[in-house]
Design a protein around this ligand. Structure first.
Ligand code: NAD
Length: 492
């Protein structure tokens, strides 16, 4: 059993209450580490450390180029420690080692990219419409930012926030999900090793209501960057509004993956299965609604079932496994409940539809890859986020019908389109109400491209050059070059 400590003000500490909690491996079902159970006192301690680091000391006096250098050093250290970070994530969230390795391997790029951007934030001299006046803009960091993350891609979600936010000169308190906190503490070891001054990055562990909420409510916190459920996002938005704090909210989705009759069907099958079965469907951008053009519906469904039924469940550490366990018991129950709801609503279960207790599934909580046909877009299974390997297939007639069904959702995170027509791909990319549209591909993300949701899927964006401005405030500075101040009663 490993015993982790939190990282606050450059020190490794227990919670002030002395309480801790266990984290379990979703495949073995066994607790493998203990973590400090933080509360409001720990939140206060972490914010105070971050505030101190922001206001004075080494970090506050660093140039943007020096900050960029530190970020790049951290990127190098992550690259040297991919294996330990990825294995820690698998132990906590049960996702495939291959996927977590791929994700962690990619994280250094975020630090290189935003580290490079740190000293390229330029204000402007404005050609102002007033005589004898010199006006320019400057960008300034916000101060203490709180990053709160979900359990499905723990480090990626944290890095999406920390890389641009640190590049901009802020300090952070990171609160990872209570289900997957260990990798954030492994990451904090690298932050320390890279030489970040004490208090610039703090990691507190514990539960949302016990330590997350006090962080969100803390008066010295300027911004909350949150990834999680719609309900969690609403609570945080409300709390932030009371103090008019800035927020970025990355929330859930019910993303459509749309297959037209002119698509390369073999490619589309792979994209559809990858979009919903990869990560056991526990991904915000899961393509959980499959819209298939009526003229190819039966042919495509047959191909899809043939391919999806070969998916191998099992130990996420094995390279042969394609579908791992569900991360938490709550999520497992939720998925099974939605399968029951779909059946009650009259959807036809064509694959899976139940939990798996096959020997290769060990003690893990496994749900078989599940596919429903006969789904109507008004059904709950087509409207509500399941966050599991459950696909609902909805037929459509033509482009207009596909657009209508796809957009008939409270969410708008992502959408996929499969077609060989350039015109159709461009039309759909324009008409679909989603923050990311993929044509003839699915589930691609990059530090270079904005990521964020329309409608109830979120507020603001992460990634891409603009992400750094989500951690900066703009100031206009005015100089008079006139010898005499004009008449004070006339605004000039
Ligand atoms: P969640 O909302 O239950 O928890 C997310 C985080 O918020 C956790 O760290 C939790 O401890 C904390 N939290 C909960 N209530 C809080 C409160 N009142 N104050 C402060 N902190 C609080 O979400 P989850 O179950 O961990 O994650 C799954 C959800 O995340 C899904 O809906 C998924 O779509 C979404 N998600 C979105 C993205 C995206 O980028 N859009 C990415 C991954 C996951």
């Amino acid at each position: 059993m490993k015993n982790y400590k939190m990282y606050i003000g450059g020190e490794w500490v227990e919670s002030l209450s002395g309480e801790s909690f266990e984290t379990k491996n979703p495949f073995t079902g066994e607790a493998w580490a203990t973590l400090p159970r933080g509360n409001a006192d720990d939140a206060n301690r972490a914010v105070a450390a971050a505030q101190r680091a922001f206001e004075d000391g080494e970090w506050a006096s660093m140039t943007a180029s020096q900050r960029g250098q530190l970020l790049r050093r951290l990127g190098d250290l992550i690259a040297d420690n991919v294996d330990v970070l990825a294995k820690t994530e698998v132990a906590d969230n049960g996702k495939l080692l291959a996927e977590m390795r791929g994700q962690v391997n990619y994280l250094p790029q975020y630090f290189y990219y935003f580290g490079g951007l740190a000293d390229k934030v330029e204000g402007g001299v404005l050609p102002i419409d007033k005589k004898d006046t010199f006006t320019f803009t400057r960008y300034e960091p916000l101060g203490v930012c709180v990053a709160i993350t979900a359990w499905n891609s723990p480090l990626l979600l944290a890095v999406n926030k920390l890389a641009p936010g640190l590049a901009a000169g802020n300090t952070f308190v990171l609160k990872p999900s209570e289900f997957t906190s260990a990798s954030a503490l492994e990451f904090a070891k690298l932050v320390e090793k890279a030489g970040f001054p004490a208090g610039v990055v703090n990691v507190v562990t514990g539960f949302g209501l016990e330590v997350g909420e006090p962080l969100v409510n803390h008066p010295d916190v300027q911004k909350i960057a949150f990834t999680g459920s719609e309900m969690g996002g609403q609570k945080i938005y409300e709390a932030a509004a009371r103090n008019l704090k800035k927020v970025t909210l990355e929330l859930g989705g019910k993303s459509p993956n749309i297959v037209f009759d002119d698509a390369n069907l073999d490619n589309a099958v792979k994209g559809v299965v990858g979009g919903i079965m990869a990560a056991t469907g526990q991904t915000c951008v899961a393509g959980s609604r499959l819209l298939v053009q009526e003229s190819i519906h039966d042919e495509f469904v047959d191909k899809l079932l043939a391919f999806a039924s070969t998916a191998k469940m099992g130990d996420p550490m094995l390279s042969t496994t394609q579908v791992g366990p569900v991360t938490t018991p709550q999520q497992y129950q939720k998925i099974l409940d939605y399968i029951a709801i779909a059946k009650d609503e009259g959807a036809i279960c064509r694959l899976g539809g139940k939990a798996s207790t096959a020997p290769e599934c060990g003690n893990g909580l496994f749900v078989e890859p599940t596919i429903f046909t006969g789904v109507h877009n008004k059904m709950r299974i087509a409207q509500e986020e399941v966050f599991g390997p459950v696909l609902s297939i909805i037929p459509f007639k033509d482009e207009a019908d596909a657009i209508r069904i796809a957009n008939d959702s409270l969410y708008g995170l992502a959408a996929g389109v499969w077609t060989q027509s350039m015109r159709r791909g461009l039309l759909m990319s324009e008409k679909l109400q989603a923050g990311m549209v993929w044509v003839n591909m699915y589930r691609a993300v990059s530090y270079m491209a904005p990521f964020g949701g329309y409608k109830r899927s979120g507020v603001g964006h992460e990634n891409g050059q603009d992400a750094i401005y989500a951690y900066l405030k703009t100031k206009s500075v005015w100089f008079s070059t006139a010898l005499h101040t004009p008449d004070p009663f006339v605004l000039g």
